[in-house]
Design a protein around this ligand. Structure first.
Ligand code: ADP
Length: 401
């Protein structure tokens, strides 16, 4: 029997999300998540996606990631899709930070694990959980290829002048300070999918991808290759996000230290957790913010306008970086669902060739689609992202190489 299935694991600090795909036909067989790991009431939701499938939900204490993965294995087993199945070809792991070392999906061995560990100082919130996920999966299936797919990999093609900060070179190099970018798997998938939507190959088109989730980033993709992106050393830089400030004058940090007496950890929490939309208006859910603006709530209106202003600046900047733009693609929670954000981001950019058709923009759909009028100089697209499918494809291609 040929092994054609890939299990994709996304291990966060207190959760594990998973999907099982069959690459023979690209179908999704099962998906689920274990959340609140380590708390008294952890929750496990598992959905069998094959015809007649259903969702099971359980709660109870799940002590750690090892117990969480065992719970995932038991759920899959109950549906006859267990980890010991000969049809399972590999396990793919989302790893947030691959530094400069990892430019492509990589089969994990001890050396690779050590390298991912060496990157913990630049990704202290993410890489430790990713490492635990890989270790536990290796214990469960030591004979199976475990493949790491890095969020940073797609951005490693950025030219040096886009990746370097204008600071002292020796200091930057000593501490590996440069722009790495994140959400790379999504930017790769969405830019390729956008090309397909235009009936072109990725090599033929220049695309600006706007990944607008709770975390948000923009990228400039020229002929399938990333040439610039808005996140930097960490996911804090760039667009206004749910709880992160995005771009800010670094002198704000000196000022808060000297004048407000805040510690570095307090400022870190301020900029990462209590800023962005939540800092501006108390809500980070775009649905709620739009609802409040409709009621004339001024704080929500200002938060919305600041969010949109930053988006426009990046669309303009990346139009200049790319020279010629064939498409702007909106993706992730806000990008896929918020017609008001898409309309406001494109408003006034007709000079750059961008127009959104109000009727097309208002249609709700989970399919990739164009929302610009036919014949527009720049196509505007809504493209649902699918990071799990992209990871599974990359993993399957690598193990069958
Ligand atoms: P992440 O993976 O970064 O946690 P998602 O891509 O799932 O985030 O996006 C989550 C965000 O998407 C929510 O915080 C909310 O602001 C936004 N969102 C989700 N659904 C809608 C909707 N129907 N309309 C507007 N915004 C939405």
């Amino acid at each position: 029997m040929t092994a054609t299935r890939v299990l994709v694991l996304n291990s966060g600090s207190s959760s594990v999300k998973y999907q099982l795909l069959d690459m023979a036909d690209g179908s999704k067989l099962a998906m689920g998540l274990v959340e609140r790991i380590g708390e008294a009431a952890s929750r496990c939701v598992h959905t069998l996606l094959t015809p007649g499938g259903s969702t099971r939900e359980q709660s109870g204490h799940i002590a750690d990631h090892s117990a969480a993965l065992k719970a995932v294995a038991a759920e899959l087993d109950a549906d006859g899709l267990g980890l010991d199945s000969p049809e399972l070809a590999a396990i793919g792991h989302r790893v947030v930070h691959g530094g400069l070392r990892f430019t492509a999906p990589t089969v994990v061995d001890d050396t690779v694990l050590q390298e991912i560990e060496r990157l913990v100082p630049v990704a202290p919130l993410h890489n430790p959980a990713n490492i635990i996920g890989i270790r536990t999966a290796r214990e469960l299936r030591p004979d199976l290829p475990q493949v790491a797919v890095f969020d940073t990999a797609f951005h490693t093609t950025m030219p040096e002048y886009a990746a370097r900060y204008a600071i002292d070179v020796a200091t930057a190099d000593a501490h590996r300070i440069r722009r790495y970018g994140f959400h790379g798997t999504s930017h790769a998938y969405v830019s390729r999918r956008t090309a397909a939507l235009l009936g072109r190959t990725p090599e033929e088109v220049n695309v600006i991808v706007l990944h607008l989730g709770n975390g948000a980033s923009a990228s400039a993709v020229a002929g399938g290759v990333c040439v610039d992106t808005s996140m930097g050393l960490t996911p804090l830089e760039g667009l206004v996000m749910g709880t992160r400030s995005g771009d800010i004058d670094p002198a704000v940090i000196f000022h808060l230290t000297r004048v407000a007496g805040m510690s570095i950890d307090e400022i870190d929490a301020l900029l990462n957790k209590n800023s962005g939309l939540v800092g501006l208006c108390g809500d980070n859910d775009m649905r709620e913010i739009v609802r409040r603006t409709e009621e004339g709530d001024e704080r929500a209106e200002l938060a919305f306008d600041i969010y949109v202003q930053r988006l426009k600046k990046y669309i303009g900047a990346y139009t200049a970086v790319l020279g010629r733009v064939d498409a702007v693609a909106f993706t992730a929670g806000v990008g896929e669902n918020s017609a008001p954000v898409r309309a406001a981001a494109a408003a006034g950019l007709e000079g750059l060739g961008l127009t959104v058709d109000a009727g097309l923009n208002a249609v709700r759909s989970d399919k990739a689609r164009l929302i610009s009028p036919e014949g527009s100089r720049v196509a505007v697209a809504v493209v649902p992202t699918d990071e799990e499918r992209e990871i599974a494809q990359q993993v399957y291609a690598l193990v069958n190489d």
